[in-house]
Design a protein around this ligand. Structure first.
Ligand code: FAD
Length: 464
């Protein structure tokens, strides 16, 4: 039996970041992980493999769409699916091994196996019980089930995101249930690789919660790229017959029933927090009615000495939110001050174009009764975006009508996921739109569009 200052359960972005920061602060740390590799959902079956496939399929799309326009006569580009899968797996392995290296460098013990919390201060892994002054639960989330639908990733016909990242072959047709981030990213991958992709969404708009104008433009662009959308539709059943799936759905507006057949159905209707098997019931750890672990402002659960972070606790299910909480809770446990600004967590969709947002949407600002001004700038007016043939989309900045303070920013366009950060930093410092408008931006960059949107909050953008 070993004794630690801290045992972290789960080595996803929340858990491994927490372990590293705690070790850097001088604590004796162990991290329990039941998977074969470190990095959690994000590195193994989430952010990283999906971005590898998005990148590879985007390259293919470029050869079809833009190469000839630039005088690059590539001819017919063949897809070797096994090699593409290999590239994805190597990308994953490079990243997960990187965490193993960081654990060794920071003298963090990786306790391999599934953890059970016996009592506060005691964590059992396999036959061995380890002692710890503090425990952080970072056990993440898993895909949520949909009534009437049985997922079987091994069969590769009705799959969740994990199955969709490793299909045995590229399907000719795919139905994606759920028009959220994961469904649209993976739907885009297969559409670019040649599948006929139909997205069925219960609500009347894609990417719920996102700025309304961005939603509409995003749907238009994806439709142009070949994705089909059936909105306002409730899937009631998916049946598998002769190696194909049949999806039954009902249109909410008139109750009419329809069917659609596909080689593969991807169920992407969200994720649920995961804390199964930890023994939290017996310990009396309080949960929310939606199955998240309840925590206070310092990520402490209802049981002293036990903390929780990441997807297992309320808030956006995002890797960087989990990482920030991991760092902050380590600081708290080490007797310092940990802080996460939940109002400033960016959200990015890594399609092409990318979609990125931070802070309030126009709708949320108005619902909250705020007087706002909106500065918009289209990428059609941005020289760099035109030069790289990615001039669809816009930057939309929301600022307080009286103080000019930036309240939110929504970008659909090239590099949106990178560009959003200058707005995050500006907002973190309480900047006004005028502050960004007066900041010199290098030319030609797509970031100039952010400045132009800030200018549009004042006396007007230049290039429109
Ligand atoms: P996880 O990463 O889920 O890690 C939890 C770990 O705990 C797992 O490895 C699990 O095996 C382990 N564990 C659970 N129970 C036990 C136990 N009892 N004992 C030992 N180990 C245990 N987010 C982004 O920000 N950007 C993206 O681009 C993005 N893309 C995504 C794409 C897909 C397809 C998916 C599915 C998710 C994506 N996400 C993305 C979400 C992101 O992966 C999660 O928000 C993030 O991984 C949450 O981190 P976490 O540390 O809370 O938990």
């Amino acid at each position: 039996m070993s004794t630690y200052d801290l045992i972290v359960i789960g080595a996803g972005p929340g858990g491994y970041v927490c372990a590293i920061r705690a070790a850097q602060l001088g604590l004796k740390v162990a991290c329990v992980e039941g998977r074969e590799t470190l990095g959690g959902t994000c590195l193994n079956v989430g952010c990283i493999p999906s971005k590898a496939l998005l990148h590879a399929s985007h390259m293919l799309h470029e050869t079809h769409e833009n190469f000839a326009k630039m005088g690059l006569m590539a001819g017919h580009v063949e897809i070797d699916w096994q090699k593409m899968q290999g590239y994805k797996s190597e990308t994953v392995a490079g990243n997960t091994k990187g965490i193993e290296f960081l654990f060794k460098k920071n003298k963090i013990d990786w306790l391999k196996g599934w953890a059970v919390i016996e009592t506060p201060g005691k964590v059992r892994v396999g036959e061995t019980t380890h002692e710890a002054k503090n425990i952080v639960i970072a056990t993440g989330s898993v895909p949520s089930a949909l009534k009437g639908v049985t997922v079987d990733n091994d069969a590769g016909i009705v799959v969740d995101s994990t199955g969709a990242l490793a299909l045995p072959k590229i399907p000719e047709s795919m139905v994606v249930i759920g028009a959220g981030v994961i469904g649209l990213e993976l739907g885009s991958v297969y559409a670019r690789l040649g599948a006929q992709v139909t997205v069925i969404e219960y609500l009347d708009a894609i990417t719920p919660g996102m700025d309304g104008e961005v939603q509409k433009q995003f749907q238009r662009i994806l439709t142009k790229q070949g994705l089909k959308f059936i909105l306002g539709a409730a899937v009631s059943e998916v049946e598998v017959e002769d190696g194909r799936a049949e999806v039954e759905y009902e249109l909410r507006k008139d109750g009419s029933k329809h069917e659609i057949k596909a080689d593969v159905v991807l169920v992407a209707t969200g994720r649920r927090p995961y804390a199964d098997g930890l023994g939290l019931d017996a310990l009396g750890v309080q949960m929310t009615d939606r199955g998240y672990i309840k925590v206070d402002g310092h990520w402490a659960t209802s049981v002293p000495g036990i903390y929780a972070i990441g997807d297992a606790v309320p808030g956006p299910m995002l890797a960087h939110k989990a990482e920030d909480e991991g760092m902050a809770v380590a600081e708290v446990i080490a007797g310092k001050h940990g802080h996460v600004n939940y109002g400033l967590i960016p959200g990015v969709i890594y399609t092409m174009p990318e979609v990125a947002s931070v802070g309030l949407t126009e709708e949320a600002a108005k619902e909250g009764g705020r007087k706002i001004k909106v500065g918009k700038f289209p990428f059609m007016g941005n020289a760099r975006a035109k030069a790289v043939m990615q001039a669809e989309g816009f930057v939309k900045m929301i600022a307080d009508a009286e103080t000019d303070r930036i309240l939110g920013c929504h970008i659909i366009g090239p590099n949106a996921g990178e560009m959003i950060h200058e707005v995050c930093v500006a907002m973190e410092f309480g900047a006004a739109a005028q502050d960004l408008a007066l900041t010199c931006h290098a030319h030609p960059t797509t970031s100039e569009a952010v400045r132009e949107a800030a200018l549009a909050c004042g006396d007007g953008a230049i290039h429109v």
